[in-house]
Design a protein around this ligand. Structure first.
Ligand code: NAD
Length: 296
């Protein structure tokens, strides 16, 4: 039986770990929060008292943590994953973190003789519970092959993006594009309304014309045309503005490090920062349409 050490059992980590249990794997987990550890035990896993304990006897270590700084702290140091994992264990970091830190940790793993992949996800808490996440994976071909069967019970789509850090790169670039396209769609609806154009009529035109995109046809920011979009549920997330902002900050850090000009990425980060500062961090990011219309 495959034994997985799961570090970080929060909103995403716990439901992901539950899907590994359902697939017949043994999961021994660690989280700083007692309630998170208790959640894993209730689901049939076992809770460890520390990272160093969780990795003992584990074939695979998965981390699902808030930031690059925390991921580094969990892997490095004498109580960390590197110092205590079994020889030959595979490391999978599914946290969304900056590309530079991700590459640095993977390089350290390689130096120590471990395979490691970065495997950030999209699909949110719903996708984590349903086992339908999309994994964007960076690492060697061999490491990807080893990771695939473990990611499979948690995901509907698993894409090998290239070497270490390219999973994080794909996630940052996709979410920067999403932020920009959602603002574009929102501006178009707001201008249409100012000009007396009906939302549904504009949707019918643009969704069959060159303005067509996911932000319009799947996640439409006005209520009505796409009944499943958060606009029909008072903009409850979905994908909260604060999480979009986190991803945009990571994308802008990567743009700075590589001296890549991303003016619309920067502008969208500024708009979502202002929306977050105005108290809308918990609102779905498609609520930017109302923030733009009202200016607050
Ligand atoms: P969360 O805050 O709910 O969970 C993080 C967990 O990590 C918490 O339970 C916390 O106690 C634990 N933790 C923090 N420091 C720790 C440490 N040193 N050792 C052990 N445990 C520690 O966050 P989340 O929503 O589960 O997100 C996790 C990651 O997934 C983030 O990188 C996030 O950006 C990414 N992500 C989240 C979503 C989403 O919709 N929530 C979607 C895609 C990606």
């Amino acid at each position: 039986m495959t034994t997985v050490a799961f570090i970080g059992l929060g909103n995403m980590g716990l439901p992901m770990a539950k899907n590994l249990l359902k697939a017949g794997m043994h999961v021994q987990g660690f989280d700083l929060a007692e309630t998170a550890r208790a959640g894993l035990v209730t689901a049939g896993g076992s809770a460890s008292a520390a990272v160093a304990d969780a990795v003992v006897g584990a074939d695979i270590v998965i981390s699902m943590l808030p930031s690059g700084k925390i991921v580094s702290a969990v892997y490095e140091g004498e109580d960390g994953v590197f110092a205590n994992a079994e020889k030959g264990a595979l490391f999978i970091d599914s946290s969304t973190i900056d590309v530079a830190t991700s590459r640095d940790i993977s390089a350290k793993a390689k130096e120590l003789g471990f395979d490691m992949v970065d495997a950030p996800v999209s699909g949110g808490v719903g996708g984590a519970a349903a086992g339908t996440l999309a994994f964007m994976v960076g690492g060697s071909k061999d490491a990807f092959k080893r990771a695939e069967p473990v990611l499979d019970p948690m995901g509907a789509k698993i894409v090998h993006c290239g070497d270490s850090g390219t999973g994080q790169a794909a996630k940052a670039c996709n979410n920067m594009l999403l932020a920009i396209s959602m603002i574009g769609v929102s501006e178009a609806f707001n201008l249409g309304r100012s000009l007396g154009l009906d939302d549904q009529v504009f949707f019918d035109v643009a969704s069959n014309a060159s303005g067509q995109c996911w932000s319009l046809t799947t996640y439409c920011p006005v209520p009505g045309p796409v009944p499943t979009s958060p606009a029909n549920n008072d903009y409850k997330p979905g994908f909260a503005t604060a999480l979009m902002l986190k991803d945009l900050n990571l994308a802008m850090a990567a743009a700075g490090e590589t001296a890549t000009d991303t003016p619309l990425g920067k502008l969208s980060r500024d708009i979502y920062t202002a929306m977050d500062s105005a108290g809308h961090g918990g609102t779905d990011f498609s609520g930017v349409i109302n923030y733009l219309a009202k200016g607050k």
